[in-house]
Design a protein around this ligand. Structure first.
Ligand code: SF4
Length: 339
């Protein structure tokens, strides 16, 4: 099967805000990104804030243009698409953002928020729009729909607003939903139900899901049958089948992330564990040469400071690290110690 979207050697540079007398500078937000997303699959993008995962989603959705490299939608390079392909691209890839409050117009009732795009796109005529909107409200389990049609965003809970965003996205008949931290701003008790809704849309309606998060627990939940791409400072450092990668992580960054996750076993939790990785603030000076993780990596050697590692097959993963073959086998308790 052909991918819905394909990123090939994508680079994105953003201009840093220049101070009054400072020279403008560039931040390399994405570096050499290669990623294909296939129909019906789940891909989880994991990384800390500043890792470039939201920029990547924006590139996939066509909101940010790459500085170099290519983006293809169904085999056609995005800038070369004709008007019809461009419209299809805009409809088939839909984004669900984390801040549902900011993403919904506070002055519009739900019937307008959902109904107007359906009429504009000619997915519905004005006469049947209420029926159509009710159908999508039912799909996202906002039932009975009559209770929601006339509501404004402030009259809904965070979980309900998130469902509205999902309803608006699926009303465009998408093949790919880009869900950017969709549950990070809603109550913990409601998160699972929103994640389950994404799983239903994936399994029942075969909509591909790209789930973007900093949180490994929800990544594991959403991506159990999918792939993972772990991002660090604008690069994918490890990728593969999610279950296999998380049970056998190769890259020191992913090992450190996994070691930092609290373990729900009281005997284990009492064991002292040091993570040994520095915080993002400590590397603010700029993007390091060689391996971008070398300032924080407990296994760093001279080669890491000089030479950029490339993605290679290691176990079940593709990972970019010079020293994977020399690293001790992964165990949660040793993951972050120096050899
Ligand atoms: Fe650490 Fe070196 Fe591997 Fe980078 S290349 S992750 S610094 S061991």
């Amino acid at each position: 099967t052909a991918p819905i979207v394909e990123l090939s050697h994508v680079e994105v540079n953003f201009k840093k805000k220049a101070g009054l007398f400072k020279k403008a500078d560039y931040v390399n937000a994405l570096h050499d990104i290669n990623l294909s997303i296939y129909p019906g699959e789940v891909v989880v993008l994991v990384g800390e804030s500043g890792s470039g995962k939201t920029t990547m989603a924006n590139v996939i959705a066509g909101i940010v243009q790459p500085t170099s490299g290519k983006v293809f939608f169904k085999g056609t390079q995005v800038p070369k698409m004709n008007q019809e392909q461009r419209e299809e691209y805009r409809s088939r890839i839909q984004m669900v953002q984390q801040d549902s409050y900011a993403s919904l117009n506070p002055m519009r009732r739900m019937i307008k928020t959902l109904g107007d795009p359906l009429v504009i796109k000619k997915y519905s005529d004005k006469k049947n729009v209420e029926e159509k909107v009710s159908h999508f409200l039912n799909t996202v389990e906002l039932t009975p729909p009559e209770n929601f049609l006339q509501k404004y965003p402030h009259q809904l809970s965070g979980g309900q607003r998130q469902r509205m965003l999902i309803a608006r996205a699926i009303s465009m008949n998408p093949e790919l939903l880009l869900a950017d931290e969709p549950v990070s701003m809603i109550d913990v008790s409601l998160r699972v139900s929103v994640l389950n809704l994404l799983a239903i849309l994936n399994q029942r309606d075969n909509i591909a899901i790209t789930y973007i998060t900093h949180d490994l627990a929800t990544a594991r939940y959403v991506g159990q049958n999918g792939r993972i791409a772990v991002m660090y400072l604008g690069q994918i450092v490890e990728t593969g089948n999610l279950q296999e990668v998380l049970s056998n992580p190769q890259h020191p960054y992913l090992r450190a992330l996994l070691a930092a996750v609290p373990i729900p076993d009281p005997r284990v939790a009492r064991q002292p564990r040091e993570t040994n990785i520095k915080t993002m603030e400590e590397i603010e000076e700029g993007i390091p040469h060689g391996c971008r993780f070398h300032n924080r990596c407990p296994y760093c050697k001279e080669i890491c400071k000089e030479k950029k590692p490339v993605m290679e097959k290691h176990g079940f993963s593709m990972a970019a690290c010079h020293r994977i073959a020399e690293l001790p086998p992964f165990s949660l308790y040793q993951a972050s110690r120096k050899e």
